[in-house]
Write a protein that binds this ligand. Structure first.
Ligand SMILES: O=C1O[C@H](COP(=O)(O)O)[C@@H](O)[C@H](O)[C@H]1O
Length: 322
């Protein structure tokens, strides 16, 4: 009699580098002979199974009223999840409105968006429908190493088929105050044509997505702790000339604009930001309410935090602490 046993040895191990899992399967074939010795053959197979990135995510969930939190095992995993998230929002906005109005920040965020330049996104994203803005910009020449525009152009915009007239960067040949006024005017024209949607609650622009980084001091865009621009209620775009982080002159979206967006993603990595993440998420006393990152609370939109394990290391909540 021939008996076949398939034992799916659950000795799956994760190759974090490839982001794939291997499953070891062995098939045992018994030739059972009643009056003679039985024989057994084992065929072992190594199956390569691709799991979706989310199945490898360390933790994910909704953190009280702070929004969705996605904590990733590795930067590579975070990059893939971020690219998937942006591609999905782009697809949904294009389907619903015909446009995708996205505002970027500078800093580490841009390299973390790098997967968008690769397959499959380079071919599957409807780049022609993207309209690009900056949630903040340093008032320096566009060719300067400090320019958020230059950073994005070199790392992303030059590598994807974006329509150049859809890229709205600041005028770098005028003062910070003038650049802020002019940038707000550009945004107002595009709200008029509904290339950028409008909030139903106030007359603020409603970006499909605003992508933010966060500094170790808890600043987002160019909204720094204890700065008077945090109280700006009327302007959409304002300016600072005394940024604690160089360069000193910047323009920035105000909180009413950030909090009117349909979606806001805050992307934070590294242990130097763990304390600020803790302050932004957990109830650590009255001081934490003054942290700019904690003031990101869209009225109707969704916030998603993309963290790596290092940035999430000081979180209180047991379900998210790593
Ligand atoms: O100065 C800035 O800093 C923040 C955070 O940058 P990161 O390199 O620490 O991620 C950035 O989001 C902002 O756009 C930029 O102007």
């Amino acid at each position: 009699m021939l008996k076949v046993y398939v034992s799916l040895h659950t000795c799956a191990f994760i190759d974090a580098v490839l982001g794939r899992s291997f499953v070891f399967v062995s098939i045992r074939i018994f030739h059972f002979r009643p009056f003679s010795s039985s024989s057994c053959q084992t065929i072992s197979l190594l199956l390569l199974v691709s799991f979706s990135s989310s199945s490898l995510m360390a933790h994910s969930g909704i953190h009280k009223d702070r929004g969705e939190l996605r904590i990733h095992e590795s930067l590579d995993e975070l990059r893939t999840d971020l690219a998937d998230y942006i591609a999905e929002l782009s697809e949904a906005s294009v389907k619903e409105r015909g446009f995708f109005a996205i505002a970027l920040s500078g800093g580490s965020l841009i390299s973390l968006m790098g997967k968008l330049c690769e397959a499959p996104y380079i071919k599957t994203v409807d780049w022609a429908k993207w309209y690009i803005f900056w949630a903040d910009e340093r008032v320096v020449a566009k060719s300067h190493a400090d320019s958020n525009y230059k950073l994005t152009k070199d790392a992303l915009l030059s590598k994807v088929p974006i329509v150049s007239s859809h890229v709205h960067s600041i005028n770098d040949s005028i003062s910070a105050e003038e650049a802020a006024r002019e940038y707000e005017f550009v945004v107002r024209q595009l709200v008029k044509t509904r290339t950028i949607s409008v909030s139903e609650i106030n007359d603020c622009p409603k970006f499909d997505l605003i992508l933010l980084g966060m500094g170790p001091d808890g600043h987002i865009a160019s909204l720094f702790p204890n700065h008077s621009v945090l109280n700006e209620k009327d302007e959409w775009v304002t300016f600072v000339t005394n940024s604690p982080k160089p360069p000193p002159e910047r323009i920035t979206f105000t909180l009413p604009v950030i909090n009117s967006a349909s979606n806001v993603a805050i992307v934070v990595t590294g242990e130097s930001k763990a304390e600020a993440v803790h302050m932004a998420m957990d109830d650590v006393g009255p001081e934490c309410s003054k942290l700019p990152a904690r003031m990101v609370q869209p009225t109707k939109g969704k916030v998603v935090w993309f963290l790596d394990k290092q940035a999430a290391a000081k979180l209180d909540s047991p379900q998210f602490a790593v």
